[in-house]
Ligand binder design. Sequence first.
Ligand code: A1D88
Length: 274
Amino acid sequence: MGLDHGVVGHEGPAYEHTWTAKDTMLYALGVGAGTSELEFTTEKGQRVLPTFAVLAAQSPGRRLGDFDRAMLVHAEQAFELFRELPAAGGVRTSSTVTGIYDKGSGALVTSEARAVDLRTGEPVIVSRSAVFIRGEGGFGGERGPRDDWALPDRAPDHKITYATRPEQALIYRLSGDYNPLHSDPEFAGRAGFDRPILHGLCTYGVTGRALLHVLAGSDPSRFKAMSGRFTSPVFPGESLTVSIWADGPEVLFRTAKDDGTVVIDRGRATITPG
Ligand SMILES: C/C=C/C(=O)SCCNC(=O)CCNC(=O)[C@H](O)C(C)(C)COP(=O)(O)OP(=O)(O)OC[C@H]1O[C@@H](n2cnc3c(N)ncnc32)[C@H](O)[C@@H]1OP(=O)(O)O
């Protein structure tokens, strides 16, 4: 039992991922877009939500060792997007586990994926993510790097609230993440949750929609980067409020539930001026 620390630093096999216009529309529905965002949810002049970049750059996960999968949660997610994604397209991705850190209550496993255009080889996406495996800390490793994100000491410049649907996770999972933590009450119970929780990347996508519409005039070509830390689970049906501090192209944000619980913290985004 335990994590395999030998995976750190080794690049996995290249993985090719293609997607169709239907895949990107289904993704938009999965992160809550609907009738007021038809350019993302229908084929008429279809464009792609920037946060789809994270899915486009995903590859089958590396085996990290022996542990209870129910104890693994998505902890952090960042991406850089070098150009607007096409409604249908393809990338070749190579990914590397970049670190396994000892956080006491758990282990933090960080990875980086680089995706290039399948046809031209040009860089399209860099995606950095971390998973937190509860109960796998305490192995005497480093705690890992810290960042200098600080909550601005002024009210947010923008606040926007989006509802999620009770069946949101059941729609989102059709974009390819069938982890039963998000659909199976028995499995979720084993992980210590009263009911299935929303995918972190669904919360991330809802948050990305808020940033796109409020700051980028709904233009995906202006959306260059986004990062954040998942700090608390979301249950499907809960509302999400994104608070945004925007002085210029570098943006800070936080996403919280109605009771004030912060679910994405330390948010940063880069949006170019229109
Ligand atoms: C397959 C699943 C996919 C999914 O989509 S799951 C759904 C999305 N994810 C979530 O809902 C996770 C929400 N986050 C949490 O529930 C908690 O958050 C954690 C369980 C991840 C950690 O909580 P705790 O064990 O109480 O940790 P601590 O005592 O707050 O912090 C211990 C150290 O861990 C660092 N840390 C805490 N949370 C995170 C995180 N999300 N990403 C990266 N690091 C984290 C802290 O900073 C600190 O470390 P330092 O002492 O070195 O500063």
